[in-house]
Design a protein around this ligand. Structure first.
Ligand code: SAM
Length: 269
């Protein structure tokens, strides 16, 4: 057995329950294409192939590619599995025949690139129909607002809400991986993915994310102070907050997705 590479976030899944839950979360259809990111030794790849789906798997580690090519030689020869050696963050999704809304994503990804992968998939012009991901438990809770009376938002949770809806599927303990990571994990599903909210509000993705990033620039500061610092006129923001019965000292993490769309639409510098 080859050693796991820490710098590539290699924690291999060994729980059949978690594997099944990841596949069920996107309700893979026979014949559908599934993009798998970081197939590793194929813990998810094999069961996804068994559903009858066509799999496009992108893996960065050449050693894993070699192993996968041996393990799945029949599926590769038959065209059901395509393995691509590369970095998913450098690749263009449409280059691999992934057609807008006609594929789903299943991935147990390295935790340090969770945010980058989610944003890349959602912002893409050929975005998936549904996404099933294993992420750090704390991140899953943040994205889905689980176990909190009043959800605190983050740039990542707002990115997900701007494009779709997220569901907390199940917790996966560290012992379900080899080697076990330092933190617990959870499966999340992102569905109903579209750019509809941008179209309806007339706000571009750039406008929206640049405002959100500026609002969160210094976490301990109020929204007003962060936006003032970024050069925005604070009067319309104050008027909006008061109209919405929100405290003028509110922080970015307490503002909801609709508030951000309103502000992005109405604020000029
Ligand atoms: N899917 C396997 C499993 O569940 O057992 C492996 C999961 S492991 C957490 C993450 C995998 O992603 C590793 O195989 C690693 O080599 C691969 N990887 C790391 N960075 C990557 C990147 N930028 N692009 C594609 N694959 C990457």
């Amino acid at each position: 057995m080859k050693y796991a590479k820490k710098h590539l976030g290699q924690n291999f899944l060994k729980s059949k329950r978690a594997v099944d839950a990841m596949i069920d979360a996107v309700a893979v259809l026979p014949g559908e294409t599934v993009l798998e990111i970081g197939p590793g030794r194929g813990a998810l790849t094999g069961p996804i192939l068994e559903t009858g789906a066509r799999v496009v798997a992108i893996e960065k580690d050449p050693e894993m590619i070699h192993l996968l090519e041996e393990k799945f030689s029949t599926e590769i020869a038959g065209g059901q599995l395509v393995i691509i050696e590369g970095d998913v963050l450098q690749d263009s999704l449409s280059d691999h025949g992934l057609v807008h809304q006609e594929y789903s994503v299943i991935a147990n990804i390295p935790y340090y690139i969770t945010g980058a992968i989610i944003r890349m998939l959602l912002e893409s012009d050929s975005h998936p129909r549904a996404i099933s991901l294993l992420v750090q438990k704390e991140v899953a809770e943040r994205i889905t607002g689980r176990e909190t009376k009043k959800q605190k938002e983050s740039i990542l949770s707002l990115s997900v809400k701007a494009y779709g809806t997220a569901q907390y599927v199940m917790s996966v303990g560290a012992k379900s991986f080899s080697p076990p990571p330092k933190v617990d994990s959870a499966i999340i599903a992102i569905r109903d993915i579209s750019k509809e909210q941008f179209v309806q509000s007339g706000v571009s993705e750039n406008q929206f994310f640049s405002l959100v990033k500026q609002g969160f620039a210094q976490k301990r500061k109020t929204l007003l102070n962060n936006l003032k610092q970024a050069g925005y006129d604070t009067e319309p923001i104050k008027a909006f907050l008061s109209e919405q019965n929100l405290d003028s000292r509110i922080r970015a993490e307490d503002l909801q997705i609709d508030h951000w769309f309103w502000l992005a639409k109405h604020l000029g510098k």
